[in-house]
Design a protein around this ligand. Structure first.
Ligand code: T46
Length: 130
């Protein structure tokens, strides 16, 4: 499946930690950053794929599950550490669920927002892959 876990370098000391994201650890030029917050625990977000967009997701606070499908295989990745990024390349269906209280999902994206890049129907996603 076209996903990868990225370890984000961190500087630790007794006063707390700093995680640092510099260009070389993200495999694309970042054109947009957004974040999801105040998410009800019952919410299921996502429910789409992207034709071109690549993104890295980080649970900056709290935790949530990312359910991924590439048309053949389904995988669930739990994000629960601010120094762990999930790279999702194009043409992967994703759903985000099981948000903990206070969860914040930071997203770094390879493109600016473009609704025409989304496929929001699972059967259409499967057709698009064929
Ligand atoms: C993804 C997951 C993790 C904008 O106008 N600009 C933006 O940059 C974004 C991300 C969204 N929007 C609008 C589009 C919709 O009217 O905000 C509304 C909610 O967006 P959406 O339903 O796509 O939200 P999620 O949380 O289901 O998905 C978002 C990203 O869209 C998506 O690429 O992978 O977060």
């Amino acid at each position: 499946m076209n996903i990868e876990l990225i370890q984000i370098p961190k500087i630790e000391n007794s006063l707390g930690n700093i995680a640092v994201i510099e260009n070389e650890i993200i495999p694309f030029a970042i054109k947009r950053v957004y974040y999801l917050f105040d998410i009800p625990s019952s919410a299921v977000r996502g429910g789409h794929s992207h034709k071109n967009l690549q993104q890295v997701l980080i649970a900056i606070s709290g935790s949530f599950d990312v359910v991924l499908h590439d048309g053949k295989e389904k995988r669930t990745v739990t994000l629960n550490k601010p120094d762990k990024g999930l790279l999702i390349k194009s043409n992967i269906w994703r759903e985000l669920e099981n948000f903990s209280s206070g969860a914040v999902c930071l997203v770094m994206a390879s493109e600016i927002y473009d609704e025409t890049d989304y496929i929001r129907d699972f059967d259409e996603f499967l057709d698009y892959l064929r």
